[in-house]
Design a protein around this ligand. Structure first.
Ligand SMILES: [Zn+2]
Length: 328
């Protein structure tokens, strides 16, 4: 594989940045500090004047089907018991998630690492039973891009995309980085691989245009947030000391209030969940209640991430989505 000119340039910029970072921040000039934060920035706010059919808020539920890979990546320990926590996501959590979406008749976006599809080939057809659900790309094997150079990062995504397409049958429109980490090269790679949106960054609650190295990156960002992720609330990880066996009512009240303000502001509410985390019984009851709450409000548009990206101005035109209640 030959390295493109832009990749070579990015490599050079990254090398310069690494050198600059070896100097303590307080010794750097304002220009150096500006350069350090400016590689990828938020551009234009893409919130539309109104959402489809006059809806006041767009809601998109996403599920990252990381299965065992998240444990394989993060720990040296390869205990079958640890791995089984990920297996739970495919075996017990995902069927519950799909049943809940069916009950409420709403679509969702599933970010599935390519190797999760290989480890659990039943997962893709299970999700495809409702053709409204979207598959987004979520790495080859949940590799953290920060551990890769630009050439290896691209190679990992190309390898993952081949496997992804062999299972799903179509090319993904959306990219979500494993662990939401990006390298200075990621956005350039993601754009060149044909994605139309990214969902890994946190500069806003609203959809926005991505700026890379001062230029429009040609990608829409559908931002995420740790507040709107099930992992820090619920996933026990002995090493990180977080309080993770939460009463689901606590999380319900945070997510409900986040949604209520999104509705008031007329913006967007994106939740990131993992079948191995949210898929446990008492948590699914909470998610059921949350969806009930959202459906009880007028003007809520339930859509996939791709439908939102399409509506706010990038990507192919995609119909669909479900207004929960079009009464005003
Ligand atoms: Zn993940």
């Amino acid at each position: 594989m030959t390295m493109s000119r832009s990749m070579a340039m990015l490599g050079l910029l990254a090398a310069l940045a690494v050198n600059a970072e070896q100097v303590p921040r307080w010794q750097q000039s304002p220009e150096q500090l500006k350069a350090a934060v400016s590689r990828v920035r938020a551009g234009t706010d893409l919130t539309p004047a109104s959402w489809p059919e006059g809806a006041r808020v767009a809601v998109s539920l996403s599920f990252d089907v990381d299965t065992e890979l998240v444990w394989l990546e993060d720990t040296e320990v390869q205990s079958p018991s640890t791995m089984s926590r990920g297996e739970y996501g495919a075996r017990a959590g995902l069927p519950r998630v799909l049943a809940l979406l069916k009950k409420h008749d709403i679509p969702a976006t599933f970010f599935v690492p390519a190797m999760s599809m290989e480890l659990h080939p039943e997962v893709v057809p299970m999700i495809q039973k409702d053709p409204r659900h979207e598959f987004g790309f979520h790495s080859y094997a949940h590799e953290n891009p920060l551990k890769l150079n630009a050439v290896d990062e691209r190679a990992a995504y190309e390898k993952g995309l081949k496997i992804f397409m062999s299972h799903v049958g179509t090319r993904p429109l959306g990219f979500r980085s494993a662990a939401w980490d990006l390298t200075p090269a990621t956005i350039d790679i993601v754009k060149s691989l044909g994605f139309v949106y990214d969902s890994s960054m946190m500069a806003d609650d609203r959809p926005y245009r991505l700026i890379s190295e001062g230029q429009d990156a040609g990608l829409t960002e559908l931002p995420v947030e740790w507040i709107l992720d099930d992992w820090p609330y619920f996933q026990l990880d002995w090493g990180d000391g977080q309080i993770s066996m939460r009463n689901a009512d606590d999380v319900y009240s945070i997510w409900r209030d986040e949604f209520d303000v999104a509705l008031e502001e007329g913006t967007m509410f994106i939740l990131t969940m993992h079948p191995q985390v949210i898929g446990h019984r008492y948590r699914m009851q909470m998610l059921d209640r949350l969806i009930e709450h959202m459906k009880s409000k007028p003007g809520v548009w339930f859509a996939t991430h791709a439908q939102i990206a399409s509506y706010v101005g990038t990507g192919p035109s995609l119909g669909g989505g479900v207004p929960a209640n079009d009464q005003d």
